[in-house]
Every structure is written in structure tokens, then in C-alpha cells.
Design a protein around this ligand. Structure first.
Ligand code: SF4
Length: 366
């Protein structure tokens, strides 16, 4: 693709129809919680957008984030957009290797200084610069150097966003998140293990369309995608509200698709879009496949795990159960019937931390 080619021209050259393009714009608007009336504006902006340079750095990671992005059944519009707008440097996807690859990174930085988007997956080891290097450069040095000319940084995956599995105790490499090292650039955390591809694309589309980063929550995640808990979007929620739970993975409740709370589901304390966006082109997501949510998009994933242990809330008396909070600013939406309505609405809106005492008081107030 020529550097002078607009995104619209490039997509047409790749065979994307106007209808397909508008469909993507409508889905993007909807995911960004924008009204349908914004679709023409989004389409017009994306049509004219020039090719932004994307430099993708992979540090302590498992390549799952890249796999997530590339594992589509067919070339999707969002996949093509992502391919089209990018990728001046990506270890896994680029053809160049060795010094040619590093030359590509340096050239992209120089040509697009102040304008390129830096995408990072993986955490950064700080205990010893030799723990992870690329072309003899430590991950930390490469991040600090490449971040200097970036317009914005997208921390893709929980490892880049919060440290993730490499940061799990005892954290032998001294793994840290991007935001622990970079303080002077806008950082968008697209957490998840792995993150949802359409969320990555949606964030980039937002940047292309509006020239700004999307509105973020207290944990640096785009609110449009992380504004609601899995529990609030879960199709098994009616079973939760009725107190109908699977107690084992193969009991009658499991077969009937009842709530997985007692099997350790972290949906009430996890904020992500997978319950609605799903995976494999909208086919399914873990809870739909019968597995409890592991909370992979939250900062305490992995150490906060206790993966198959139920959250510490009594489910026997479900009418008194309510929001149970974990982590910085993450309040969970659990059996909200026990809370008085004003408190409930405020907590959901602000991700306010709510304790069991609040709930009991709320129940009394009701
Ligand atoms: S606890 Fe888990 S399975 Fe049950 S309704 Fe909530 S998110 Fe769905």
C-alpha cells in the first residue's frame, strides 16, 4: 500500500465492498456506544484516514495476543483494516528479520515521529536487562526508546496492561506493565488473556476517526468495551437471579446451562466485552462453552485466581447477595436485588467499591 493511499482506497483495492465497510462502521459505532447517526461520520473519517504507522513490540508474552488477532476464519473487514493501517514492525508477522527488522522500526519511528501508534504486548522484565532482549536491546530500553515518538500507546493483553502471568508470584523477572514505565503518553489498556480482536480494532478505529483515545475507565480500559461486567451481560444471569447453579461440571445444572458461579465464575468481578462480542466471529465465549470466567482482563489475574473457587459470597441466600468488590475500583454486579436502587445505580455507573456491609444496609433500606 502506498503511503499516500487513504484507508478507503486501500480497502476498495482489497475487494471490501461499500456495504461491508459500512457494516464494520456500524458495528464499530455500536461497540463504541455511539448512536447510529454517527455511522456516516465514522465512515467518512475512516474513508479519508491516511495510513497510520503502527509499531508492535512483543516482550514477555506467549504470542496469544497476536494469535487472537490473526485467528479469523476468513479475512474479516477488521482484519483487513488492521493489516492495512499497519504494521511497520511486528516480530511475528513481519517478513524482515535481524538487522533489516530493526532498520524498519527505526525508519518508521523517524518518518512518523510523534504520529505513530505503539502497540505493546507482554510485560517488561526489570530484574535484569538480559532476561529478554531483541536485537541485543533490553525490552525496557526498546520500550522507552520507541515510546518517545508515539502519539499513543495501546497495551494489548493483560501482561502489557497489568503484568499478567509473568508478574505472578514470585515474579522472578521483575515483570511490570507498560504504565509502570511510561508516564508521559496516553496509554490505552486493552486487557484480556488474550484480548478480543475487535476491541483492538475498535480502539484503533476510534483513534483514526476522532484523532483521540477513547474514554477510559479507572484501569485505563476503553469504557465502551469494559464498562459492564461479564455478569451484567451474561445470558446465564436469569439462572443466577433465580439461585439455579451448577455444582459440578457434569451435573444436571451444568447440563441445563445454569449459572457457573459455584464453579468459580469470576464474571461478577470481571469487566470485558466477551459476553456480547464473543470469539470466533461471534460464535461463543468461555461461559457459553460451559467454563466459568477466569477474570483474565482484571489486574489481579493470575494471583487473584482461585480459578475454581466460588467468590466468597453466600449463594444460598441469593436475595441478600449483592455486589462484592475486588481490586482497585472494580465492583461486581452480583444479585443486585438486595441493594437499594440508588446505591446500585451509583455503584454500577462509577465502579464504586461496595462492601457486604453496604449491601446489608441496602437491604435494610429497601
Ligand atoms: S456468575 Fe458467571 S455464569 Fe453466572 S450469571 Fe454471572 S457471569 Fe454468568
Amino acid at each position: 500500500m502506498s503511503k499516500d493511499e487513504t484507508l478507503g482506497e486501500a480497502l476498495r483495492r482489497q475487494g471490501i465492498t461499500r456495504r461491508g465497510f459500512l457494516k464494520f462502521c456500524a458495528a464499530t459505532a455500536s461497540m463504541m456506544a455511539l448512536p447510529p447517526s454517527m455511522v456516516p461520520a465514522i465512515a467518512a473519517a475512516l474513508e479519508k484516514a491516511m495510513r497510520p504507522s503502527v509499531i508492535w513490540l512483543s516482550f514477555q508474552e506467549c504470542t496469544g495476543c497476536t494469535e487472537s488477532l490473526t485467528r479469523s476464519h476468513s479475512p474479516t473487514v477488521e482484519g483487513l483494516i488492521f493489516d492495512t493501517i499497519s504494521l511497520d514492525y511486528h516480530h511475528t508477522l513481519q517478513a524482515a528479520s535481524g538487522s533489516a527488522a530493526e532498520a524498519a522500526r527505526e525508519a518508521a519511528m523517524e518518518e512518523n515521529y510523534g504520529k505513530y501508534i505503539l502497540v505493546v504486548d507482554g510485560s517488561i522484565p526489570t530484574a535484569n536487562p538480559g532476561y529478554s532482549t531483541i536485537a541485543g536491546i533490553s525490552n525496557k530500553s526498546m520500550l522507552l526508546d520507541t515510546a518517545k515518538g508515539a502519539a499513543a500507546i495501546v497495551a494489548v493483553g493483560t501482561c502489557a496492561a497489568y503484568g499478567g502471568i509473568p508478574k505472578a508470584k514470585p515474579n522472578p523477572t521483575g515483570a511490570v506493565a507498560v504504565s509502570d514505565l511510561i508516564k508521559d503518553k496516553p496509554i490505552i489498556n486493552v486487557s484480556g488473556c488474550p484480548p478480543i480482536p475487535v476491541v483492538i480494532t475498535g480502539v484503533l478505529a476510534h483513534f483514526l476517526t476522532f484523532g483521540t483515545i477513547p474514554e477510559l475507565d479507572a484501569l485505563g480500559r476503553p469504557k465502551a468495551y469494559y464498562g459492564q461486567s461479564i455478569h451484567d451481560r451474561c445470558y446465564r444471569r436469569p439462572f443466577y437471579d433465580k439461585g439455579l447453579f451448577a455444582n459440578t461440571f457434569d451435573d444436571e445444572g451444568a447440563k441445563k446451562g445454569w449459572c457457573l458461579y459455584k464453579l468459580g465464575c469470576k464474571g461478577p468481578t470481571t469487566y470485558n466485552a466477551c459476553a456480547t462480542t464473543k470469539w470466533n466471529e461471534g460464535t461463543s465465549f468461555p461461559i457459553e462453552a460451559g467454563h466459568p470466567c477466569l477474570g483474565c482482563s482484571e489486574p489481579d489475574f493470575w494471583d487473584g485466581g482461585g480459578f475454581y473457587k466460588a467468590l466468597s459470597m453466600p449463594t444460598e441466600d441469593i436475595t441478600r447477595a449483592a455486589v462484592y468488590a475486588v481490586g482497585a475500583g472494580a465492583a461486581a454486579g452480583v444479585a443486585l436485588g438486595a441493594m437499594n436502587r440508588a446505591k446500585k445505580a451509583r455503584a454500577v455507573k462509577t465502579h464504586e467499591k461496595v462492601t457486604i456491609n453496604d449491601l446489608e444496609k441496602g437491604a435494610d433500606d429497601d
